[in-house]
Design a protein around this ligand. Structure first.
Ligand code: EPU
Length: 423
């Protein structure tokens, strides 16, 4: 793939970055809302949609099902009236885990859906058992053949009580969406409480759905008729992107101002950075962050929202390599999300990996530039942060993976003074 590498001039531990970075709309809110639009028989208009590859992939998946998708800057319109397809494109579905979000809306609207095992970032095993057993509770039947699933509920989904065995963001969203068109009320228990779940519920409610409790573990959905809205729906700011740039500021910022932040959504990151001694000025929708003279070590543990997001774990670990003393990192959500550590060690970090979930980081260790490939969206971004701190010129490959989740990352970073080029 051409132009798939970022070349970054490291700052050799200096904190010189200065300026403003605008946070984009949230990938993980835009994706379920786009999926939900399939249940709305008419046109949906979305604002503040990030210009990233996963949105392109979701748009193409919708088009393959018969939807009309138009996009200009950060607005996106989806016409779903003519949609008739219920078979997800195999190649696109395998490129993105979020393709599973379409299973709920399609099944609810057409009584059947066929899709391959969804692909996406390799963060450990990513099963879909929770989705399948929840669909079964709503009296859908499923069959599996060569990792292709067919689910059907020809007479519609029933109501019922679903208890999620594990807290899952996309399973909560998928079942919440499907339940709006079920024949009777549905209660979801042990639901994910992420802001993206709430945003999806807000979109559905704006289209006439009856949903109570989104953002709590128990969500109650009554069947409703969804109608298109003339008013555009605004996608919430990306809390993972905001957290990543807060960490950049803590690592190398003379003074970085992050605009368009929902401060409440990044409390866990703010709390961790404050503990480390990072200078933060918090305003209503913007935050000013500067690197301190000395970073203090801390113990971090990823957790479902409102805890520290697993998507922030790799960037946070880079920061911990620059803290004076010993920190621990406990990854509780995925079993493959510390795999990037070996590359960091090659850059000079002192990290002991005890098991797939626990690492000890000893700092402060200066980092040396390297040529490495990012393994997924978030670890790729973390490698960019490591390259920023390092001495020398690094090349971070697999830029296309970073582009899946971060809009124009090189423009945003060169805007605060980093020498970064796409090659
Ligand atoms: N799980 C199961 N069975 C299932 C579903 C999930 O065991 O059927 C397990 C997973 O293996 C994992 C845990 O449940 O151990 C939580 O995973 P979850 O289902 O919540 O993850 P997800 O919905 O697939 C979303 C985000 C991820 C983010 C996680 C955790 C989207 C599109 N993706 O994934 O974002 O890491 O929640 O917060 O919302 C990213 O943006 O780079 C990304 C990976």
């Amino acid at each position: 793939m051409s132009h798939d590498t970022f070349e970054i001039e490291g700052l050799n531990g200096e904190s010189t970055l200065e300026g403003t970075i605008a946070v984009s709309g949230a990938k993980n809110a835009a994706l379920p809302v786009m999926a939900a639009s399939l249940m709305v028989p008419g046109e949906t208009h979305l604002q503040n949609v990030p210009d990233i590859r996963d949105i392109d992939s979701m748009a193409r998946l919708l088009e393959k099902l018969g939807a009309f998708v138009t996009r200009k800057d950060h607005t996106l319109s989806i016409g779903a009236k003519e949609v008739t397809g219920s078979v997800l494109d195999s190649e696109l579905s395998k490129s993105m885990r979020a393709s599973i979000l379409l299973a709920g809306p399609i099944l609810a609207r057409f009584g059947q859906v066929t899709f391959p095992h969804p692909g996406g970032c390799v963060l450990g095993s990513r099963p879909i058992d929770v989705f399948l057993s929840a669909f079964r509770t709503l009296e859908a039947e499923y069959s599996e053949n060569d990792e292709t699933y067919s689910i059907s509920a020809p007479n519609g989904l029933s109501g019922g009580e679903i208890f999620f065995r594990v807290v899952s963001v996309t399973a909560t969203e998928t079942l919440m969406m499907a339940a709006t068109l079920a024949k009777a009320p549905v209660t979801l228990r042990n639901s994910a409480m992420e802001p993206e779940v709430v945003a999806t519920a807000e979109f559905l409610k704006a289209c006439g759905a009856s949903i109570e409790g989104a953002g709590t573990p128990t969500i109650f959905i009554r069947p409703s008729h969804l109608t298109p809205q003339d008013q555009p729906f605004a996608i919430i700011p990306d809390r993972i992107e905001a957290s990543s740039f807060l960490i950049l500021g803590a690592l190398a910022g003379k003074k970085i101002t992050l605009t368009g932040v929902n401060v409440e959504h990044v409390f866990a990151t703010i709390e961790a950075l404050s503990e480390m001694g990072v200078g933060l000025e918090i305003h209503k929708d913007f935050i000013v962050v500067s690197a301190p003279k000395k970073l203090l070590p801390i113990n971090v543990k990823t957790h479902e929202y409102p805890g520290l997001a697993t998507d922030v774990q790799a960037p946070m670990t880079i920061l911990l390599t620059q803290a004076e003393g010993e920190s621990t990192v406990l990854e509780t959500i995925f079993d493959g999300r510390l795999n990037y550590v070996s590359e960091l060690v090659r850059m000079g970090a002192e990290i002991q990996l005890w098991n797939p979930h626990k690492a000890t980081v000893r700092g402060r260790t200066p980092l040396k530039a390297r040529d490495i490939d990012g393994p997924d969206i978030r670890a790729g971004l973390a490698f960019i942060l490591a390259a920023v701190s390092a001495e020398g010129t690094s090349h971070i490959g697999n830029a296309h993976l970073i582009d899946r989740g971060y809009e124009k990352i090189e423009e945003k970073l060169s805007g605060v003074g980093l020498l970064i080029k796409r090659k």
